[in-house]
Design a binder for this molecule. Structure first.
Ligand SMILES: [Zn+2]
Length: 111
């Protein structure tokens, strides 16, 4: 007998990855997409090129979220779409580096 995986209780389609309370305090089993949409709004591509197209393969601005997953003790990047690469200018790279360090400090050390 194979083990069936829990479906997302929000969309009823995605595989549930994260269990938690939604914005109304109701317990849900979220798939990655619904989790991102619920807590981070419009993550994914914006379709805009605020700094111009830096490469022919540039798909434009990407909004993503950086989440501390305490249950798994990892930092998760929620991109909201498939991403091959992303580029950052100095200010954005510095801000992301700082954000990663802040999230890293929230994790437990594992030895
Ligand atoms: Zn879902």
């Amino acid at each position: 007998m194979s083990r069936t995986s829990q479906l997302c209780t929000v969309c009823g389609q995605g595989t549930a990855m994260i269990m938690g309370l939604d914005l109304e305090g109701k317990k849900q089993h979220f798939c990655r997409d619904c989790y991102g949409k619920t807590f981070f709004g419009n993550i994914g591509g914006t379709g805009e090129f605020p700094q111009g197209k830096i490469d022919p393969a540039d798909e434009g601005e990407l909004r993503f979220a950086l989440v501390t997953d305490r249950k798994r003790n990892v930092i998760v990047f929620e991109f909201g779409k498939s991403v091959k690469w992303f580029a950052l200018d100095k200010a954005a790279a510095t801000a992301l580096g700082t954000a990663i360090l802040e999230r890293a400090r929230e994790l437990d050390d594992i030895h």
